[in-house]
Design a protein around this ligand. Structure first.
Ligand code: AMP
Ligand code: TRP
Length: 329
């Protein structure tokens, strides 16, 4: 039987090249081998304040970029997290099985807490909802970027804890991290992740919606170094290493193969080659986005996705409630 894969993206802000290389593209490539299920994590999105109109726009955008990237609704299930209310219900149950000590150790939580901003209870229990997202569908594999690995590991621990206490119920999921591109860095500060919520770092972030000229300019002005050799050396040449990663990931080659193509090549020429592959990919995405935006079948995709996924989620929640003694039937 094909292994079951699940993953999601939060419709928080405009999707970036990091999201594409670390998540969207691996989802699409997985369709050859796995039973692929992807969703739009709209509940995770409200763990931080967000304007309703912005959320609605981003939500449609994530779906259109899923389709434009090549996710095929005939082969894969694409759905909206909140269309399956059993997920939030199981999320509460999972939060009761997760020690606060484990939640306190999550780096995403710690990083935000350290900024001193006021955080919601929902943000704190973010990883327990993510656990429910994964285990309710009995998923074997969870492809994510490096930053989400710790959350998938928490989901594994919680599923194991449940099975030990209440009997074999959940499949234990495994995180899958792309060999190349699991952490694309900012073009302006290559020691920091390229992040869609990086408001100050617009120049360091390529958005999937960026005009090709704008994207090209961002790549051409990416921070490099004065060493003048195109080599993968994260410590001493983080900017060049990041550009090599972007190039290798989009070309589907190894970093070594990418390096070999740029021996004795000047930074300007190298950057142009990176900008060319990025712009080709963006052009393909923009064409797909426009085509699907006009197609008018976006609602159908989400409805069908939820219709296919919900019965399994309901059965799983029933099983959990019975195992825990919550059910009176
Ligand atoms: P998010 O934008 O946090 O909803 O992330 C959606 C998916 O994209 C997750 O699997 C992330 O790990 C992945 N992702 C986000 N930013 C990057 C990045 N800079 N490089 C690689 N993967 C990323
Ligand atoms: N937390 C993930 C992110 O920020 C999105 C997400 C929510 C997710 N639920 C998930 C990813 C379940 C994989 C599986 O990127």
């Amino acid at each position: 039987m094909r292994k079951k894969m699940i993953s999601g993206i939060k419709p928080t802000a405009q999707l970036t090249l990091g999201n594409y290389i670390g998540a969207l593209r691996p989802f699409v490539l997985s369709q050859e081998e796995y039973d692929v299920n992807v969703f739009i994590a709209n509940l995770h999105c409200i763990t931080m304040p967000i304007d309703p109109e912005e959320l609605e726009t981003n939500l449609k955008d994530v779906l259109l970029f899923y389709l434009a990237s090549g996710l095929d609704p005939k082969r894969s299930n694409i759905f909206l997290q909140s269309d399956i209310p059993e997920i939030a219900q199981l999320g509460f149950i999972m939060s009761c099985l997760t020690p606060m000590g484990e939640l306190n150790r999550m780096t995403q939580f710690k990083d935000k807490k350290d900024t001193g901003m006021s955080l919601s209870g929902g943000f704190y229990t973010y990883p327990t909802l993510m656990t429910a997202d994964i285990v309710i569908h009995q998923a074997d594999l969870v492809p994510v970027g490096e930053d989400q690995k710790q959350h998938v590991e928490l989901a594994r621990n919680t599923a194991e804890r449940f099975n030990n206490r209440f009997g074999e119920t959940f499949v234990i999921p495994e995180p899958v991290i792309a060999k190349v591109g699991s952490k694309i860095m900012s073009l302006q500060d290559p020691t920091k992740k390229m992040s869609k919520s990086d408001k100050e770092g617009e120049k360091g972030v390529v958005y999937l919606k960026d005009d090709l000229k704008v994207a090209r300019k961002k790549i051409m002005s990416a921070v490099t170094d004065s060493l003048g050799v195109v080599k993968y050396d994260v410590e001493n040449q983080p900017g060049i290493a990041n550009l090599l990663t972007i190039y290798a990931a989009l070309k589907n080659i190894s970093i070594k193969e990418a390096e070999a193509q740029f021996v004795d090549v000047q930074y300007g020429t190298f950057k142009k080659a990176v900008a060319d592959v990025v712009c080709d990919e963006l052009e393909m995405l923009h064409e797909g986005y426009d085509k699907f935006a006009q197609g008018g079948f976006v609602d159908d995709v989400l409805r069908q996705g939820a219709d296919k996924m919900r019965p399994g989620a309901q059965a799983m929640l029933d099983k959990v409630q019975k195992a825990m003694g919550l059910d009176w039937k």
